[in-house]
Design a protein around this ligand. Structure first.
Ligand SMILES: NC(=O)c1ccc[n+]([C@@H]2O[C@H](COP(=O)([O-])OP(=O)(O)OC[C@H]3O[C@@H](n4cnc5c(N)ncnc54)[C@H](O)[C@@H]3O)[C@@H](O)[C@H]2O)c1
Length: 321
């Protein structure tokens, strides 16, 4: 099957495409490049197997026309992979229209057009942010009630809900992947990129958002891509709950990430913490994944949270210098 990849210009989309290009030849990227650059997909522009359509997927008509165009460009019936969203969670706290538009309406429009164009397979990039703040109680795919504390998490949860409604009426095959914090390059956001950019500006002092005791799971993007491809090859058509937490089952503190980053990048730097327990409104200070469901399918990450962060620090340093 061909693949239409919404948000394919972004960090995760790009890594996903690089990997699938090893075996697949019929890919269309849809992106408005609001949080990515056309230049990052330069290597694909000369590749006949990848087509790029620049479009705003929060606009219904633009989405409709772009999907029609994408279908005309592909040689076999497409499946849709939806990675487009606002990935800057704090910006969505200050202006809730951002997540309404880029996180929810992109999903709504894509689903509606899948119905019109008879696209039956939908793969959705969701997030641990849908759960809300449950402390260190391990989160599994049955955990509830779902109490997102950011507009981003709320719009991801609403997106999941309309995915399920469409599963009942239209989709043959739906898969929802809930990512934790994903790290690697080319990073467009996230704690490691934030630290390295701050240290580039001021190598003597690293200001951490929050008290550093935030404790989260981190997955390397290579493991994530492997996990999604692995799950896409399994038959879950008859499964009632096709949601998967993808991630390591451990977690690591922001303090440890700060110390590791200065050790590698700027050893003379002093780390300064805030007194509050979270970095921004909507930040979930502690969470840990229960990943039994995905482990049972035969996938596990090669790197734990610490190993993923260590590799990402090196990758992001070379991206930024
Ligand atoms: N990176 C993480 O840690 C993480 C964690 C949980 C979930 N996710 C989800 O994974 C997906 C990919 O994340 P990412 O880290 O690659 O983010 P990213 O910002 O690098 O990529 C998102 C892409 O979507 C595009 N986009 C945004 N709004 C659009 C619109 N209206 N129309 C067309 N394109 C639009 C952006 O230009 C960007 O290229 C997102 O849905 C994100 O919410 C990411």
């Amino acid at each position: 099957m061909s693949k239409i990849i919404a948000g394919g210009g972004g960090f995760i989309g790009l890594n996903f495409i690089k990997q699938i290009l090893k075996t697949e030849k019929d890919i269309v990227i849809l992106d408005n490049f609001s949080n990515s650059k056309l230049s990052t997909i330069e290597s694909f522009l000369n590749d006949d197997n990848v087509k790029v359509i620049e479009c705003d997927l929060s606009n219904n008509l633009e989405t409709k026309l772009s999907i029609k165009k994408a279908i005309n460009l592909t040689f076999s019936p497409p499946e849709l992979w939806h990675f487009a969203a606002n990935s800057d969670i704090p910006s969505g706290v200050n202006d809730s229209s951002i997540d309404l538009k880029d996180t929810f309406l992109t999903t709504f429009n894509l689903i509606e057009i899948c119905k019109i164009e008879n696209i039956k397979s939908f793969y959705f990039a969701s997030s641990s942010a849908v759960y809300g703040d449950h402390g260190l109680k391990p989160l599994n795919e049955e955990t509830g009630p779902m109490m997102p504390i950011s507009n981003y998490g709320a719009m991801k949860l609403a997106s999941e809900a309309i995915c399920f409604a469409a599963k009942e009426s239209h989709f043959d095959d739906l898969r929802i992947f809930r990512f934790p914090n994903v790290v690697g390059a080319p990073a467009t956001h996230g704690v490691v990129l934030d630290f390295i950019r701050k240290l580039k500006n001021n190598p003597k002092k690293l200001k951490v958002l929050g008290n550093g005791l935030q404790e989260k799971s981190y997955l390397h993007v290579n493991d994530l891509v492997r996990g999604m491809i692995h799950l896409s090859h399994k038959d879950f058509k008859k499964v009632k709950n096709p949601i998967f937490n993808l991630g390591p089952s451990d977690s690591v503190s922001v303090k440890w990430i700060a110390e590791e980053t200065i050790k590698i990048f700027s050893p003379d730097s002093e780390i300064c913490y805030e007194l509050k327990d979270r970095g921004w409104v909507g930040d979930i200070p502690k969470f840990i994944y229960n990943t039994e469901k995905v482990l049972k399918t035969g996938w596990e990450p090669l790197l734990n949270s610490k190993e993923a962060i260590k590799l990402a620090i090196k990758e992001i340093i070379s991206q930024e210098t």
